[in-house]
Every structure is written in structure tokens, then in C-alpha cells.
Design a protein around this ligand. Structure first.
Ligand SMILES: C[S@@+](CC[C@H](N)C(=O)[O-])C[C@H]1O[C@@H](n2cnc3c(N)ncnc32)[C@H](O)[C@@H]1O
Length: 241
């Protein structure tokens, strides 16, 4: 009886501890650098409305430099950050007019208040651990100038049977609904909207909309776009739009 009671009182290790961090997922992204095609767009209307002309932009989770290149060709001063050396090699080749640095465990190798705009396109899907997502948000707030803009395009929870089965398996394995395994060792996360809005709650939301995308694995999916603004703060200047 006493032994049984002692066993019942043992607090189980939370399953979410098993969600891999980006260091454990780097091999997956390195192996994807020349095979995956990413397609989330940044509409011109969003750029015109929210990105100040000639702004310094940080493309976080820049992958092969697809969006860095587009933005640099539009006149923005673009830097890129990624954990994967193979992705960074592709990015340097594809976007020679940009500058790229490796990031590690949610830390960005850039100074404080350095950028007017940060973009994170399918970054949070690629960072399934909540603690690391929060670390990235904290870093984004650090590298953005007061009044700076964060653009996110990412994936909410989907409602097709195929995804529901994957989320169920992910819930059983990782203890977190929305986190799921890909083939070849990848682990990604789709987000409940309320969870995502909580993640970015230190920014003022300027835009939230949904749209259709084709994922890197060729599946049709619902995506969302978010634009948020860092508060100006008492010592800071307001960006002119
Ligand atoms: C789905 S790809 C998107 C690439 C690019 N944003 C695009 O849309 O073309 C996600 C990228 O995030 C990178 N990544 C994963 N975890 C990261 C982290 N903690 N910090 C920065 N980049 C990360 C991966 O290496 C990969 O290149």
C-alpha cells in the first residue's frame, strides 16, 4: 500500500521535454537545403503598407535566401539568419546582395535595435519547441528598432484527416497537439491561433489574414499572415511610413 502510494505520487517527466530543439533538427534542414522548395509569398501590398522604403530587414530562418533576394532586389538592406550551414551556403549563392549569419538555439548574431523589419516565414513551424519559439520572439524584440515591424507567415492547425492523424500521433509522442514528425527526421509544428497570438502578444497586431499555400512537401494547406509592430517606447523615435 505504502509502496503503491509512493509510486502514484511520482510526477511523470513531461512528454513535451521530448520535442527536439533546433540543434537536433539541423541535420534535417541541412539535408533539405537542395531538395525542398518553399513557397510562402510576401504580397507586394503588405510590403508597400508595412515595410519602410530602404529598411534594414532581417530574414530569420532565411533558408535558401528566396525572400532575402526578392527583398534586396526591391531596395531593402537584407541580412539573413539560419541555423543550417547548408541553407546558408544556398542563401549566399542565391542572394549575393545580402549578408547572412548563422544563428544557434534561438539566438540571433545581430546587435540590439539593428533592423526596422524582421520576417519569419515558416520559422515557427520549423521550431517546434515552445521555449525556443519564445526565445526567438525575445530576440526579435531585441534586434528590432522601437516601432519595428515583424512579418510572419506560418501554418495554423489544419483540419484535413491526414493532418488530424499526424497531430494525434504527435500528441502521443511529444505531448503537444500540432507537433508532428516528417519523413527523414524532421519535426514541425502547426499552431492554434490563440497560442500564436499569445506568442506575439508584446507586439501590436496590424494585420492577420489567412491564405492558401503549397507546403515544402507539396501539400495544399491553409496559412496565416501576421504583421505586428513593436511599441515605440519612451526613448525612441517613431518610424515614418
Ligand atoms: C521551412 S524553411 C523556410 C525558409 C525560408 N523562410 C523561405 O520561406 O523560403 C525553415 C528554415 O528555418 C531554419 N531554422 C530552423 N530553426 C531555426 C532557428 N532556431 N533559427 C533560425 N533558423 C531556423 C531552417 O534551417 C530552414 O532553413
Amino acid at each position: 500500500m505504502g509502496a503503491n502510494l509512493a509510486r502514484k505520487k511520482t510526477i511523470p517527466k513531461p512528454m513535451s521535454d521530448a520535442i527536439p530543439g533546433s540543434l537536433q533538427l539541423t541535420d534535417y534542414w541541412n539535408n533539405s537545403a537542395t531538395s525542398k522548395v518553399f513557397g510562402h509569398p510576401i504580397p507586394d501590398a503588405v510590403i508597400e503598407a508595412y515595410f519602410p522604403a530602404n529598411a534594414k530587414v532581417l530574414d530569420i530562418g532565411c533558408g535558401q535566401g528566396r525572400l532575402s533576394r526578392i527583398l534586396a532586389d526591391m531596395g531593402f538592406q537584407v541580412s539573413g539568419a539560419d541555423t543550417s550551414t547548408a541553407m546558408l551556403a544556398e542563401a549566399r549563392n542565391n542572394a549575393p546582395n545580402c549578408e547572412f549569419r548563422q544563428s544557434c538555439e534561438g539566438r540571433l548574431a545581430y546587435g540590439d535595435n539593428a533592423f526596422e523589419v524582421a520576417i519569419a516565414v515558416t520559422l515557427f513551424t520549423s521550431v517546434p519547441a515552445a521555449s525556443e519559439q519564445r526565445q526567438l520572439i525575445s530576440e526579435i524584440k531585441r534586434i528590432l528598432k522601437p516601432g519595428g515591424i515583424l512579418f510572419v507567415s506560418d501554418l495554423p492547425l489544419q483540419w484535413t484527416d491526414r493532418y488530424l492523424a499526424r497531430y494525434q500521433a504527435g500528441q502521443e509522442r511529444y505531448g503537444q497537439y500540432g507537433v508532428f514528425d516528417l519523413e527523414n527526421g524532421g519535426v514541425v509544428r502547426h499552431h492554434e491561433q490563440a497560442y500564436f497570438m499569445q506568442l506575439v502578444s508584446d507586439l501590436t497586431p496590424l494585420k492577420m489574414e489567412t491564405h492558401e499555400v503549397v507546403t515544402m512537401n507539396g501539400n495544399q494547406a491553409q496559412a496565416f499572415r501576421f504583421v505586428g509592430q513593436l511599441s515605440v517606447g519612451q526613448h525612441s523615435r517613431v518610424l515614418q511610413y
